[in-house]
Design a protein around this ligand. Sequence first.
Ligand code: MOS
Length: 724
Amino acid sequence: MKRVEGVAKVTGRARYAAEFELPNLAYGYLCESSVGRGRIASLDVSAAESAPGVLKVISHLNLRDLLPQPENQEKKEGVGFSAFRSPEIFFNGQPIALVVAETFEQARAASLLIRAKYEEDRPETDITKKLETARPTNPDKAPPERGNFGKAFKDAPVKVEAEYHIPVEHHNPIEPHGATAFWKDGKLRVFDKTQNVHQLRDYLAGLFKIPAEDVEITALFVGGAFGSCLAVHYYTPLVVLAAREAGRPVRLSYTRRQMFNGHGYRPDTWQRISLAAGAEGRLTALSHRVVVNTSRYSDYSEDFAVVARLVYACPNVKTLFQNVVTDLQTPAPMRAPGAVSQMFALECAMDELSYALRIDPLELRLINYAEKDPETGKPYSSKALRECYRLGAEKFGWKDRKPEPRSMTRDGMLVGWGVATGVWPALQMKASAAITLHADGTANVRSATTDIGPGTYTVMTIIAAEHLGIEASKVKFELGESKFPKSPAQGGSWTTASVGSAIHGAAEKIKSRLLDLAKKQEGSPLADAGVSQVAMLDGRLHLSSDVSKGVAISELMEANDLKEISETHEATPSPERDKYTCYAHGAQFVEVLVDPDLGTVKVSRVIEVTACGKIMSPTTSHSQEIGGVVWGIGMALQEATEIDHRYGRIMNASLADYHVPVNADVHQIETIFVEEDDRIVNPLGVKGMGELGLVGIPAAIANAVYHATGIRVRDLPITPDKLI
Ligand code: MOS
């Protein structure tokens, strides 16, 4: 099935947050700090206030009169930086004033009239210069050492130790963050670019001290997010406040440059891995230290992912997570957070170990294959990773790989083949959905999730159609409204498992109600049937074992004077999951061609094989995995946020200067799914896969580059200067 919202998107009918046209709309424009650390000594907004068209200027000077709140930053989960709470400057580009005017141009022009004087301190933004200040994150929750790393490492015959670095990277969704808000009769309506409408509703209700029922959030379409809209960011409360002060609707949208200071980023990540193995290749010791930067006002860590403890069978493992305070915004989750960064280090280190052992890198992974969860000893609910390796190797032609670096060439290019593994937890969150089945055989399905691009509109339509036994064209699935049944953020690749399970549960309830009605009919062929013995298909409720024994649903509803049946279901993860480790896995095989003179790298061929339970929507699922590969090309070869450490200022804050892959960088990509029949993970048997598609790619590319050139680049991105 193709994307149900595809036509709306390509014809412009799909409305994004800053596109809702409202009468009497005013516009906001953000003014930013030009220093990276210090305090605003004085702020003169008078010229801006009297500029043409200006309705209001909001800054730390008047925020607390307009909206009482504490001076310090909130350290709440799900809340990013809050603007104007104090004159303190935490990062360069921090918002210092919001101008609201009749037109966007007037707001922007007036913002140039604002004069700020600063007491300036020297910002520190270079993590590598501050590594000695690293402090453990969440030390109380840190898992203890497994076995005895020190002894095992000392005794091992073959060892590898290496440091890896990933620079700050920014989410760059095509739709900039923005919101349109208005108040009516004390009630608030907000159109926002958000991954989480309920969280935003509750936050705004608390901040503006109104009942949550009086706040309505809408996010019908989100033009890419990748984690950048998981938290509430400063612009949304500001737009809401501005709308209240102006007494009319206000719209605010980040400029492309503001996208680099508005919502966090993937942290600067410094890692050290020590690996040891016996001569036959079995891992005996593994230690992994991960240091990320954070801000001065809140902590950030990626210790929610601890890949060193779970990917390979290894008896002695030590992990350490630390952060370093910098004068930058607090980082945020960004596409496959934690997992992709840590797997870059681990999967490169495994590759390095394979050369030290003179064992094929794929073979090394098979030798250390974890048959059960190495950390807990629990079985996997399903794990077809071995099949992913086998199938990928076969399709790729891995057996023809010559082991020596620089040993393969084609048309004057150095050819490199690399492999890596991907992992991502099969998460399920509490989620609800409502279904209304009409007597005419159509259905409305609703849930307050969002669709940031992966195809949620489509997959939920498919799931509802399947479990109601009707054509997908008869299902209307709606999302993105806070008035719909509560769902978690779209994030963590958990949406299909979570919201899909809720839809499945609601459909089951409808089936159960129909069965109750059917049983009351005289001579009902379903009189003795239990709910698990019947199915809905093509407008009939019938015995699963005998299609001929059943009733027409429309007749059943008519006979009972029902125009529709509605059911809401909240799906929670089954306790059965606790007995298992639920993960999705993948194997990535990459070919690169490296120009020996120029050092340019072309990712000429990628085979990505993924095992993530059942595939509900093949088209959008393949798109997710292709997207993961493309992102991995960017991460491996191009992406880096360049910071001028003298000023703590981001130098490449635009899509012209911040490089991401374009079509010319993307060549042959084949994505394959190995379906797993997993009855444990959730009733649908689905696992998340959007983020998984990225996880092993940067390492596989780096490993392929080493194989091509003999140069091990441990500092991303792998730019040509590092290869010549
Ligand atoms: Mo994703 S980083 O969970 O939006």
